[in-house]
Design a protein around this ligand. Structure first.
Ligand code: P1T
Length: 379
């Protein structure tokens, strides 16, 4: 089945009782049993819920994986994965990543005896220098949030395999429309479904997708035991969003390209971060592992002054100033004070995230209006 067909059909079956073509919202906490243990596969909605099952199957199919697990938020998905580790275990993570991921690693899990290394991974051979007998997991985002760095998934997977370590890829920025990390050798795909997968800025949710049966079982155990599971209404909204993922992403990519080119030619713009440019340091890797380059773009203005960036952010009309990304409407953000404020300034600057960086999530509006908005805001 090709991607668009999967986006519409995977995991979804007509409702057995009524024939309803859309998966019903099974708004129930529990399920009646004929006698103890004699049930229809559903006991309690923290453990299983039919609306969630449909979504989990759809996600697994889209990522070419065997098992999908959904969580109340993207952070809950990350929390679950890290809870498979034990005190003393070490994780090698990229040095440019979502501020919330950095925060949960350093402020929550470090105090339970886990160790995290945040290292530049544009050249993946750097990873090898941090591997020791305690290393259990390599955690990458690609493209990274917010600097749109590209990490070689196949190369990272080869290093992970060689040392018997798991490789997890946060695929939030790319979505399976653009890249399927499990096909490239990754062990775990993570999503903030809140973003492109849901696509309409109306739901917060997360997911993990894996192939390995034993790992899936361990994750499902924590999913149930810790209990950060999504409600059926949210699962329904996600299922609805997924049906247009392929056409939304196509338009995000087209508009992203137009915006990136416009910014690159603008006399007041110093630098544009977008993996589609042939002078992006890992453009060739992006071309080999992604089907297109997505709708996320960051840029800095000439002079690199935070006040100038703030003025531009205040002037936008169609790019709304807000946290989050990946919805049909365009958003803009100031990572240093918003999404990445939990990363200490020195750390941010080391990774290249300056106080004046502006991040855009290019929506699917008519691109001419978006370019006009950029022109009037940048001036
Ligand atoms: O917000 P939540 O659904 O819990 O997902 C967390 C998360 C994980 N990974 C990446 C790459 C993310 O971008 C996020 C959430 N990011 C934002 C809210 C943001 O504006 O960048």
């Amino acid at each position: 089945m090709k991607f668009g067909t999967k986006a519409i059909h995977a995991g979804v079956h007509p409702d057995p009782t009524t024939g309803a073509i859309m998966t019903p919202i099974y708004q129930t906490s529990t399920y009646v049993q004929a006698s103890p243990g004699n049930h229809k596969g559903y006991e309690y909605s923290r453990t299983h819920n039919p609306t969630r099952t449909a979504l989990q199957e759809a996600l697994a199919a889209l990522e070419n994986g065997k098992h999908g697990l959904c969580f109340a938020t993207g952070m809950a998905a990350i929390d679950t994965l890290i809870k498979t580790l034990k005190p003393g275990d070490e994780v090698i993570s990229t040095n440019d990543l979502y501020g919330g991921s950095y925060r949960i690693f350093t402020k929550i899990f470090q105090q339970y005896g886990l160790k995290f290394h945040f290292v530049p991974m544009s050249d993946i051979t750097t990873i090898e220098g941090y591997i020791n007998e305690n290393t259990r997991l390599i955690w990458i985002e690609t493209p990274t949030n917010p600097l749109l760095n590209i990490i070689d998934i196949k190369g990272a997977a080869a290093i992970a395999k060689k040392h018997n370590i798991l490789l997890a890829v946060d695929n939030t920025f790319a979505t399976p429309y653009l890249q399927t990390p499990l096909d490239l050798g990754a062990d775990i795909v993570m999503h903030s479904l809140t973003k492109y997968m849901g696509g309409h800025s109306d739901t917060v949710m997360g997911a993990l997708i894996v192939n390995d049966d034993d790992l899936a079982q361990r994750l499902a155990f924590i999913q149930n035991a810790s209990g950060a599971t999504p409600g059926p209404q949210d699962c329904f909204l996600l299922l609805r969003g997924l049906k247009t993922l392929h056409i939304r992403m196509q338009r995000h990519c087209e508009n992203g390209r137009a915006v990136a080119q416009f910014l690159r030619e603008h006399p007041k713009v110093e630098k544009v971060f977008w993996p589609g440019f042939d002078n992006h340091p890992n453009h060739e890797i992006a071309k080999s592992q992604m089907r297109d380059f997505g709708g996320m773009i960051s840029f800095v203005l000439k002079g690199d002054k935070m006040e100038d960036a703030i003025k531009v952010l205040e002037k936008f009309k169609y790019f709304s100033l807000a946290e989050s990304l990946g919805g049909v409407e365009s958003l803009c953000g100031h990572p240093a004070s918003m999404t990445h404020a939990s990363i200490p300034r020195e750390e941010r600057l080391k990774g290249g995230l300056s106080d004046s960086l502006i991040r855009l999530s290019v929506g699917i509006e008519d691109y001419e209006d978006l370019l006009a908005d950029l022109e009037q805001a940048i001036g």
